[in-house]
Design a protein around this ligand. Sequence first.
Ligand code: SF4
Length: 358
Amino acid sequence: MERIQISVFGATNSGKSTLVNTLCGQQVALVSDKPGTTTDPVRKFIELPDIGACVLVDTAGYGDEGALGAERERLTRGVVESTDVALLLLSAHPEDVKWEARLKDAGIPVVTLERHSLPEREILLKRIREALPAEAQRYLTGDLVRPGDTVVLVMPQDSEAPKGRLILPQVQLIRELLDRGCIPVCCTPASVQGAMLRRPDLVITDSQVFRQVAAAIPADCPLTSFSILLAASKGDIQVFLEGARAIDGLQPGARILIAEACTHVPNTEDIGREKIPALLRRNVPDLQVEIAAGNDFPEDLGGYDLIIHCGACVAGSALVRARTEKALRAGVPITNYGLAIAALQGILGRVSIPSIRR
Ligand code: SF4
């Protein structure tokens, strides 16, 4: 599916940037009481729950006077054509009615919102989902596949392929096949024959479903997780393993630091902020959980009983190693999400851990 464009319209200084921040769950747009803070439309690429990859456009607005106002309105009109869903912020401005008609005449679904009674983020997301045009959710594979189908994707990783990543259509199709209940099998042209179904030699899963996957595969089939592989490549996996073993010894009132390498937009099922603390709380009464996102890793680690670090997918090994050393110097065990979940689900001994050669 293509990236969906959600554009925010409203009179100048009607609170569009505040609406963008509400939708993103964090401060991404400049908010000011002074009229006309926004001039050019501001684009933010974002993944929204159950909507997918979106580009959020904060427009310059309309209804302002003078040459600058006319220029803002011209820039705002330029956004209409590429919009999939419009969020129209009503502020009792005389131009509101005209803009609602203009957007609807252009065939764009419009979600109208009152400036002084903005809904909560979850309600806002629900209204956007309901307004999405059907074609925005049309699948690339159309009627070629059904749930349960195995689909082999042949993806040459030659000198033309970008180093270390897949190209967008490949990623989109893998995601789409998963969404449709299919079983994508990826291979290069040289390994097409081997990709034809046979017993796997390794299963790599998301750590969150470790126990479920372990129960579904033969007991002698090696099992690991994306997060463990990332941790092993970026940090000292033996230290993380020791850290995961320390979970069993946590005492009531233990103080845990959840460390994230980036400042992503958390959702209601966030693994670090919601799921891992919930699993820990089942075993440890009065648990204290603190979150450090991005560069906010504390200088003073004294007083923590355990640090659980994210997979650091957007960070380099230098950051993970520096934090690991800091934890060791402070005498605080450190582990990562994948190993912590394996420990909390009682299958730490079942997971395979690569020995990394450097
Ligand atoms: S795993 Fe990646 S996306 Fe998640 S918090 Fe860490 S760096 Fe950010």
